[in-house]
Design a protein around this ligand. Sequence first.
Ligand SMILES: NC(=O)c1ccc[n+]([C@@H]2O[C@H](COP(=O)([O-])OP(=O)(O)OC[C@H]3O[C@@H](n4cnc5c(N)ncnc54)[C@H](O)[C@@H]3O)[C@@H](O)[C@H]2O)c1
Length: 304
Amino acid sequence: MDLKNRVAIVTGGARGIGLAIVEDLRSHGASVVIVDAGVSISGEPLEPRIAEQVAARMEGTAAVCGDIAQSETAQQAVRLAQERFGGVDILVNNAAIIRDAFIFKADPPAWDAVLRTNLTGAYRLLATASPVMREQAKSGRAPGSIVNIVSTAGFYGNFGQGAYAAAKAGLMGLTRAVAHDLARSRIRCNAVAPFAATRVTESIKPANDAQAAYQGKALRVPAFYVARLVSFLASDAASHVSGQLFGARGRELFVFSQPRPAQRLLQPHGGFELAAFGAAARALEPGFADLVTDLEAFSGDPIL
Ligand SMILES: NC(=O)c1ccc[n+]([C@@H]2O[C@H](COP(=O)([O-])OP(=O)(O)OC[C@H]3O[C@@H](n4cnc5c(N)ncnc54)[C@H](O)[C@@H]3O)[C@@H](O)[C@H]2O)c1
C-alpha cells in the first residue's frame, strides 16, 4: 500500500481523526495539505494557527488555516496542493462541527452553521478538487480517491442531532452522486463512519444508560484504525471500490447496507381504501428498521 507521489488534502486534519488520517497517509508516503480552522467542537475560534503548527512539525505537509465553509479555502487548498506537491490525488472531507438541539427547541443559526461546515464545506472541496482530479486522470495519472467522513448518526439518528444527522446523511447522498459523476474518470468516492476517542467522544452527554455505556467504551477506541481504512481506500488496492459506506471501530471494519427496497407491496388500481390500508401494509413491516440511536446500536464492547 504505497502512496508515494500521491497528494492528499485532509480537512480538519490538525486534530482527532483528521490528524490520525494525515499521519497514516504520510507514513505511506503521501504528501498532505492540512486544512483546519482550529475551532472548537461547536465551531467557535480556538486555535486558528493549529494547521500551520502541525504542518511545521511534520515533513511533507503544508497548511491552510481556513474555514471550509468559505469558498476561498477550497481554492487555496487545491492551489497549494498543486503548487507545492504537483496535484491532488486524495481528498478526505473530515472537518465537522456539532451543535445539538432537539427539533422542538430548534436553533436556526445552529442548523445553518452545521450544514455550512459539514455538508457545504465538503461540497466546496469536491467542486474545486474534482475538475483537477479529472484532468489529471485524462492525462494518464493514476485516478484519485475521495473519502467523506460521515457518521452513524446520519443513518440511525440520535437525540437532538437533527442538524448533524441531516448534514451527514446529506454527505452520504453526495458521496453516491459524486461516485456516479466521477465513475467514467475512474475516480472513486466512498464514505466512512468512524468511531474513535477524540474530544468529541469526551464531550458526549449520555441521555440514558446505553449511551453512557457507549461513551465509556468509545473513549478507549484509537483513531488509528479509521485512518488505516482511509489509507486503504486512497490506495490503488481499492481502485475498484466506489460508492460504498464503511465503518471502523477499533479493529472491527464494517460495510453498511444502503437503503434499498426491503419489502414490496402492490396497491390495487386506485389505491387501497384507507380502512384496508393498515391490514395490507402489515406486509411491509418485516422491512421496518428499529428506532434505535447509533449510540445504542454500538454500545457493545469495541474490539481493540
Ligand atoms: N469521534 C467519533 O467517534 C466520531 C463519530 C462519528 C463521526 N465522526 C466524524 O469524524 C470527523 C472528525 O471528528 P473528530 O472527532 O476528530 O472531531 P474534532 O472536533 O476532534 O476535530 C475536528 C477538526 O475539524 C476542524 N474543523 C471544524 N470545522 C472546520 C471548518 N469549518 N473549517 C476547517 N476546519 C474545521 C476542527 O478545527 C478540528 O481540528 C468529523 O466529521 C466527525 O463528524 C467522529
